[in-house]
Design a binder for this molecule. Structure first.
Ligand code: ADP
Ligand code: MG
Length: 347
């Protein structure tokens, strides 16, 4: 067919041809990667270190919409969200495996784009793609990535280590990825209703980048080490601040007081949330996909972090019987639920 010029069908390569094609430019960067792509299994040698493993799956129509997500960004994001879990353990990611299910709706060029994004991210995070699986999907695209990392046993940070009186800290800012998603959804709706109208995304770089091409906080484990601070607990913000605070509180068997006025929100995200008639605090609490790190520290460590512009103290851990609460800007106290906080649900 003439209109298919420039499109190479997946069937022309076959499964093995596609794997070879996609993995041809992979270069091993880590000493711990003994054997990468090409055998029945990869071989990894961490000597006397602990191995840290985490998997995430992204499903078309559930986690991403190819109407507005460029495949290159999707590949980048798929790697970022996986290595983010490794950083959240205070470990260093070294390898990933990549499994994809693709339908013949995709061309070889499309899958190449996806891989180009993944390889860019792998170079950024210095991780090796050491294997994966390639299979056919009848409909949507599915990407499953497993990230593998290393740490010394005493460096690992779990969700259950927070102590009463610890300060609750977060890196970067929150809510922007969710606001970015709202903008993309709005423009998609306009486009579908009035085809031909070009999306109006100008001047919204930050919130769009936070949604489409999130960065995992590779710098934070390094920074904490430099500051000589070892958090007592840590988690990455994938589902929203509220749900992550609940995870730390529940697993550490504590309560928590979070101060609304302290939650870091970028002005561009704040203003855009307002334009959508959304409460910026709710975007931070329930939006998710920020991939920042949330952690608790001993109050004695406060002087070491207080001057750092990348870390904000947003609350403190309390006794379990005090519950997990948001103290609003107006000074009222609301129990935090995974959806945000109670008053929201009762509106
Ligand atoms: P097997 O039949 O043993 O599962 P495959 O033919 O599926 O082997 O894979 C051959 C090699 O290519 C293996 O090393 C596998 O890990 C790797 N591989 C397969 N698919 C991918 C992919 N999408 N990305 C990276 N490596 C892959
Ligand atoms: Mg296989």
């Amino acid at each position: 067919m003439l209109e298919n010029t420039g499109r190479t069908e997946l069937s022309s390569l076959g499964e093995f041809g596609l794997i070879k094609h996609l993995t041809q430019f992979i270069e091993v960067k880590n000493e711990s990667t003994v054997k990468g792509v090409g055998d029945d299994a990869a071989v990894i040698n961490y000597k006397n270190k602990q191995m840290v493993v985490s998997t995430d799956m992204l499903v078309e129509g559930v986690h991403f919409d190819l109407m507005y997500v460029p495949l290159k960004h999707l590949g980048y994001k798929a790697v970022s969200v996986n290595v983010s879990d490794i950083f959240a353990m205070n470990a260093i990611p070294r390898q990933i495996t990549v499994s994809i299910a693709v339908s013949n709706r995709f061309s070889v060029e499309a899958v190449e784009e996806l891989y180009a994004g993944m390889i860019t991210a792998c170079n950024k995070y210095k991780v090796d793609i050491v294997g994966g699986d390639t299979t056919t999907s009848k409909s949507g695209l599915v990407i499953s990535i497993t990230a593998i990392g290393e740490a010394d046993a005493e460096e690992l940070i779990y969700r259950d280590g927070a102590k009463e009186g610890d300060l609750l800290c977060v890196t970067g800012d929150l809510g922007a990825a969710y606001v970015g998603l709202q903008l993309l959804e709005r423009e998609k709706k306009i486009f579908l209703e009035t085809p031909g109208v070009q999306p109006d995304l100008d001047g919204h770089d930050y919130i769009l980048q936070r949604q489409l091409k999130p960065e995992a906080r590779k710098d934070i484990p390094v920074l904490l080490k430099k500051l000589e601070v070892k958090p007592t607990s840590m988690i990455d913000v994938s589902d929203g601040l509220a749900s992550e605070i609940l995870h730390i509180s529940t697993q550490s068997e504590l309560g928590c007081s979070l101060y609304e006025e302290k939650i870091p929100i970028d002005p561009s995200a704040y203003n855009m949330a307002r334009e959508f008639n959304l409460d910026p605090t709710v975007c931070a609490l329930s939006g998710g996909e920020d991939y920042e790190l949330l952690f608790t520290i001993d109050p004695a460590d406060y002087p070491k972090i207080k001057a750092n512009p990348d870390i904000t103290v947003i609350g403190h851990m309390t006794n379990k019987k005090e519950g997990v609460n948001l103290i609003t800007k107006g000074g009222t106290t609301h129990p935090i639920t995974a959806q945000g906080w109670d008053s929201l649900l009762n509106k």
